[in-house]
Design a protein around this ligand. Structure first.
Ligand code: CAA
Length: 380
């Protein structure tokens, strides 16, 4: 499959038009003042983009993962901060409820998240449980009809604005991942506290903070997938999240590429456009080739994700994330180099792309973690 089907092309066009008309013009300003794009998120909600793969029966758009990643790339072409806000809601908050929720949980939580009436976040990472996600120390203790949660989460995208949190806590930390449970948490619950807001290198207009749970009572009916099933849910959720980050990275890479081409054609040096030099031509060729390769891998991962072979999907999701995130950093770096000193200035968009690209090889699993997941499928 090398061309997108017509229905996906329509979604792509819709996302592209919106992204370039409504999102792109304010992206530099929001980045400079670190402004959360609340109004754009509201508009994305109205377009059905906050619950793209949620079935229509639960208020979502009922689209394929391929349509989702194609749309997300377009949004991130304009502003990766807007894109990650959308990606976390879709991939990390809605998806585990779609995959593992009971019918009652789906009916209660998905319509509000998919419609954008409420924003979701995903709380897995802890101070001592980053790449080693199985080292969850946040405690969950059963008490009557509730679980009581105590612990700290860090680097939680969307947390400062989220009303719903899919969070992980451990019944038995000494058993590592085997004690982990997943919960759907109403962020207005007593004991749910938003901590320090992170000042970040890039994606500065997305919102990231610490979270703490202090004697937080979660009704047992909010347990997702059963006791001690949380780690598998977290990992399966991240498979989907990783294609979202691949799409984000592709958007950044494509924007960097387009800006680099435009500059190479227009910037004169030694009496001719700099793009007439082989040094620039080779950079452009390498950028284009890496983007096309990563995009094909991302589309393949998306199609596989909608199939029945979950292990195969996990494999391609990690490959797509690895390829696309490394490509985004490569392209942003080359685009900045082609811009010369101008690229180092905050007046130029490539400076923001260079900073925004950096997170893509870190969150939702570093490049090193993706290599672990991929190589295990060959070496055991
Ligand atoms: N789907 C379902 N289950 C899975 C799975 C998957 N993709 N991968 C592993 N599992 C299951 C295994 O089958 C195993 O189950 P059993 O105990 O029943 O046998 C269990 O999970 C443990 O698996 P492993 O032994 O492979 O676990 P591990 O401790 O070696 O860790 C890891 C594996 C791949 C390194 C994992 O810890 C990992 O992915 N780490 C990175 C964490 C990460 O990506 N964090 C991102 C934070 S979220 C974020 O960034 C969001 C944001 O704000 C934008």
């Amino acid at each position: 499959m090398f061309d997108l089907p017509d229905d996906v092309l329509q979604i792509q066009q819709l996302a592209r038009d919106f992204a370039r008309k409504e999102i792109l013009p304010g992206a530099q300003h929001r980045d400079h003042v670190h402004e959360f794009p609340a109004d754009l998120v509201r508009q994305l909600s109205e377009m059905g983009f906050m619950g793209m793969v949620v079935p229509e029966a639960y208020g979502g758009a009922g689209l394929s993962t391929l349509a989702y990643v194609v749309a997300l790339e377009e949004i991130c072409y304009a502003d990766a901060s807007v894109g990650v806000t959308m990606s976390v809601n879709n991939s990390l908050a809605c998806a585990p409820i779609v995959a593992s929720g009971t019918e009652a949980q789906k009916l209660k939580w998905l319509p509000r998240l998919a419609s954008g009436e409420q924003l979701g976040c995903y709380a897995l990472t802890e101070p001592d449980a980053g790449s080693d996600a199985g080292a969850q120390r946040t405690r969950a203790v059963r008490d009557g009809d509730d679980y009581v949660l105590d612990g700290n989460k860090i680097w939680i995208t969307n947390a400062p604005y989220a009303q719903v949190c899919v969070a992980y806590a451990n019944l038995a930390p000494e058993e590592r991942h085997k004690g982990v449970c997943a919960f759907i948490i109403d962020a207005s619950s007593p004991g749910y506290r938003i901590g320090k807001l992170e000042e970040k290198l890039g994606i500065t207009s997305s919102a990231t903070s610490e979270l703490s749970f202090e004697g937080l009572r979660v009704p047992a009916e909010n347990l997702l997938g059963g006791e001690r099933r949380g780690f598998g849910i977290a990992m399966a959720t991240l498979d989907g999240g990783r294609i979202g980050i691949a799409a984000q990275a592709l958007g950044i890479a494509q924007r960097a590429f387009d800006l680099a081409c435009a500059h190479a054609k227009q910037r004169m040096a030694f009496g001719k456009p700099i793009g007439s030099n082989q040094a620039i031509q080779w950079m452009i060729a390498d950028m284009a080739t890496r983007i096309e390769s990563a995009r094909l891998l991302t589309w393949r991962a998306a199609i596989t994700k909608d199939g029945t072979d979950k292990a195969r999907a996990s494999h391609f999701c990690s490959m797509a994330k690895l390829a696309a995130s490394e490509t985004a950093n490569f392209c942003a770096d080359k685009a900045l180099q082609i811009h010369g000193g101008y690229g180092f200035s905050k007046e130029y968009e490539v400076e923001r792309l260079f900073r925004d690209a950096r997170i893509t090889t870190l969150y939702e699993g570093t490049s090193e973690i993706q290599r672990i997941v991929i190589s295990r499928n060959y070496l055991g």
